[in-house]
Ligand binder design. Sequence first.
Ligand SMILES: Nc1ncnc2c1ncn2[C@@H]1O[C@H](COP(=O)(O)OP(=O)(O)OP(=O)(O)O)[C@@H](O)[C@H]1O
Ligand SMILES: [Mg+2]
Length: 232
Amino acid sequence: MLEIENLCVSYGSVRALDDVNLRMASSGSLHGIIGPNGAGKSTLMDAITGRATPTRGRVRMNGVDLTGRPVAWRRRHGMARSFQRTSIFAGLSVREQLELVASQLGERDLQGIVDALDLGAVYDLPADSIAYGDQRRIDIALSLIGHPKLILLDEPAAGLSTVETVSLFEHLSALARQRGVSAIVVEHDVDAVFRFCEQITVLDLGRVVTTGEPAQVRSDSRVIAAYLGSAA
Ligand SMILES: Nc1ncnc2c1ncn2[C@@H]1O[C@H](COP(=O)(O)OP(=O)(O)OP(=O)(O)O)[C@@H](O)[C@H]1O
Ligand SMILES: [Mg+2]
C-alpha cells in the first residue's frame, strides 16, 4: 500500500535521508521504524506525511503519487499522523475534542474508536487534565478519526512506563486488525517493536540498514552493530 522510492531529504549539508527505499504491503499491520538518535526516523515520517520536502524520490500510497501533495490532501486521501498534546484545545472535554474533529472529518464510528482505546473513563473529563498515558491514547484516537488507511506515529510510547507501553501497543494491534488501518510506528522501546510489529525497518545515518520480520531483524549482524549492540 505504501511505496517509498529513492527518498532523499537534506537539511543544509546534513543528509537526513539518503536514498531510502521501503515497501509496506499489507493493510491492518504494524510497521516499526527503529534506529539510533539522528538516524532520520522523524524525517522519514515528515517526508511521508508531507511536512518535509524530499530533494529526490517518490512516495506512493495505493499507486497514487503523493510527492508534492499538501498535508491536508494526504489526510483526505487516508493518511494521518498522531497529533501532539499541544494540538488539544484548552477547556474542552475529551468528548468535545473528539466530536469536533469527527464532525469535520465525517467520522460515523467515534464510539468504536473510544471503546477500542478504552477512553470511556476519561471521556467527559477536561482534555488538559487527564494523565499522560491517557493523553497518548487520545492522540491516537484523533489520528484514527475519518477512517485513514495509514497512520504514522512518532514515538507514541515516549514517557510511558513499560506496562503502559505494552498496553498502548496492544491497543494499536487490535485497532489495526479491527479497522484495517496500517500503522508506521517510530519507537525507541525496541522490546515493544519486536513484540508487536509484523515488519521492522532499521535506519542508521539516513539509510535503511534492513527491513524484515522481527526474528530476521533481531539476528541481523548489521543491526546488532549499528543499533542493538548487546541488547540483542
Ligand atoms: N529541521 C531540521 N533542520 C536541520 N537539521 C535537521 C532538522 N531535522 C532533523 N535534522 C537532522 O537530520 C538528522 C536526522 O534527524 P531526525 O530527527 O530525523 O532523527 P531521528 O531518527 O528522528 O532521531 P531521534 O531518535 O533523536 O528522534 C539529524 O542529523 C538531525 O540533526
Ligand atoms: Mg525523531
